[in-house]
Design a protein. Structure first.
Length: 70
């Protein structure tokens, strides 16, 4: 189901992404939820969409997610 705020995101997201990246994930997840919630494997697809949105602005440098361009 959609998340009300970043505090509601799974630990796998909150524990790894900086606050701005969490906001990107949240917005992408909630938008994808409206479009794909009834699809078979919908939740897996929705999480992949949200991670893809994060990866357009952030990249992983070792164990840390950093904005692209830094």
């Amino acid at each position: 189901m959609p998340y009300a705020g970043t505090d509601d995101l799974p630990e796998s997201v909150r524990g790894h992404l900086p606050p701005h990246a969490q906001e990107i994930y949240l917005a992408a997840f909630n938008n994808a939820w409206r479009r794909h919630a009834r699809d078979p494997d919908g939740e897996a697809v929705i999480h992949r969409i949200a991670w893809a949105a994060v990866k357009r602005s952030y990249r992983k440098d070792g164990d840390v997610w950093v904005p692209i361009g830094r």
